[in-house]
Design a protein around this ligand. Structure first.
Ligand SMILES: [Zn+2]
Length: 495
């Protein structure tokens, strides 16, 4: 059975013990083409399974002991004694040390670690695999009223690569400096939130809090490379539909100031290639319609379009993320020679590539018309390719934006939860880049991008990415407030 094979494949790389979760008293559900496994955790498993669980934890512990050992031999040896304790900070460090950076993210170790954390606080877990080697972990804390739409707290497992030689501390050692900075790839983007969700739930459970709505956490692969094999497939699955998500929180960005940043939309990237053709000729001749001339005319038109939007940013009328941006990313032309390019030959083909980012209110049809008629007109022997990385409209035809006013009851609860935890929110923003949020907004479900980091330099994808321990710990408190408020809110059905 294809699904069955899928499950074995998921676990074979990390621990074969995992496959035995299928024998737990929890639910095993097959959704072709994926198989998902629900397990309520060790207490509900058979005696045989307890043995397997013990083995699983032993394997996991061994892995982390080994990781720690490596670290102790390195630059961080003075920190080892304090890191042996099991605290929110050391658990964060352990997650950061799992190398989930592209191009070879170790998803299976990350999922094993998170699953062990979930078991330790009594959450249900389900592992899906929509693409081979790319597991997706769903955790659940069932609410007292499962008929209400649930909450989804999302984070991605992967991160961008790191150039170790440019870092002051190794990017996968998660070193905590004496002044409390934790250096690691993923410290801000976005392993912090993935662990803060768990720590907040751990604290709420200790306080005997019971959610009314069911709370789901998702840990997804491949966000940093577009999410097409990760959240895109998840969002289109029956599993997602069955979660009955009413509201989602996803990653945001650090705030250098005192106020938390929150994002209600993503800009949508389009990759645009324009190609020109024309008669070749001697470099000395001036004639009309050469490929280079045609391409240069288009570049002039595109530059004017770019300026008109950039001027609004320069004059302070709009933020960077509130305008359409376009930037040239490559130029390709010329006839190669042994020393470079033939300098006396006008080529018959020329090409340019652009990174275009559209705001949610932009008209995609108008943009396509502009590209076809003004940027790459067939009348000038030009052609084009557009790769749209997602839709600008949701399934109901509306711009993909989550309202941040009284019309959205989830917003009001969100805002109140931040305030009651002692936080202040900055003016809601459009995110300049793209996250997995778009796959959920597409379905008309409200999503906010939020990572609780104030007084923190924006270091995502940068060298020396780090997060202050106190900022991390405060974030846990913020999520305690958010999770308890949002899961107790019962007035809205679907947001
Ligand atoms: Zn991210």
């Amino acid at each position: 059975m294809e699904g069955d094979r899928g499950v074995r494949k998921i676990f074979s790389r990390s621990s074969s013990v995992f496959t035995n979760h299928r024998y737990c008293q929890g639910r095993t559900v097959n959704y072709l083409p994926v198989t998902s496994v629900f397990c309520m955790g060790a207490p509900r498993c058979s005696r045989l399974l307890l043995v397997y669980h013990t083995l699983f934890f032993a394997t996991t512990l061994y892995k982390f002991a080994t990781a720690s050992g490596n670290l102790c031999n390195g630059t961080a040896s003075i920190l080892c004694s304090s890191e042996e304790a099991d605290t929110p900070i050391t658990r964060f460090q352990r997650y950061l040390r799992i190398k989930t950076a592209h191009p070879e993210p170790d998803y299976s170790s990350a999922v094993s670690f998170l699953t062990s954390q979930a078991h330790s606080i009594g959450l249900q877990h389900q592992i899906l695999e929509f693409s081979p080697g790319k597991p997706l972990l769903i955790l659940a804390w069932p609410g007292s009223d499962p008929s209400l739409p649930s909450l989804l707290f999302n984070s991605h497992l992967d991160s961008v690569p790191a150039e170790s030689s440019k870092w002051i501390h190794p990017p996968f050692a998660a070193i905590r400096t004496p002044d409390g900075r934790i250096y690691a790839r993923g410290a801000q983007d976005d392993k912090c939130i993935g662990m803060q969700y768990l720590e907040a739930i751990r604290n709420l459970k200790e306080k005997d809090f019971t959610p009314t709505r069911t709370i789901h956490l998702s840990y997804v692969p491949d966000e940093e490379i577009g999410g097409f094999e990760g959240f895109a497939k998840f969002a289109g699955s029956k599993v997602f539909e069955d979660l009955n998500v009413g509201f989602m929180l996803d990653e945001g960005q650090a705030s250098p100031g005192d106020e938390f940043r929150v994002f209600y939309a993503d800009r949508m990237p389009w990759e645009v290639k324009i190609k020109a053709k024309g008669p070749p000729g001697h470099g000395s001749r001036m004639y009309d319609n050469s490929a280079m001339e045609n391409l240069m005319k288009s570049i002039e038109v595109i530059s004017k379009f770019r300026e008109s939007h950039f001027d609004a940013v320069k004059s302070g009328e709009a933020a960077n993320s509130e305008v359409i941006s376009i930037n040239p990313v490559y130029l390709k032309a010329g006839v190669p020679s042994l020393t470079g390019f033939a300098m006396n030959l006008q080529p018959s083909e020329a090409e340019a590539g652009f990174d275009l980012r559209l705001i949610p209110t932009a008209d995609p049809d108008e943009m396509r018309r502009r590209i076809a008629q003004e940027w790459a007109p067939a009348a000038r022997n030009m052609s084009y390719e557009i790769k749209e990385k997602g839709s600008l409209r949701d399934n109901m035809g509306r711009p993909m934006m989550t309202p941040t006013d009284d019309s959205n009851p989830w917003w009001l609860v969100f805002e109140q939860a931040i305030t009651s935890a002692g936080g202040k929110l900055a003016k809601p923003e459009i995110l300049a880049s793209t996250t997995d949020s778009r796959f959920v907004r597409q379905k008309g479900i409200p999503v906010l991008g939020f990572s609780p980091m104030t007084n923190t330099p924006i270091l995502l994808h940068d060298h020396n990415e780090h997060l202050q321990d106190t900022v991390y710990m405060r974030g846990i408190k913020i999520y305690e407030s958010l999770i308890s408020s949002l899961s107790s809110f019962t007035e809205s059905s679907k947001g």
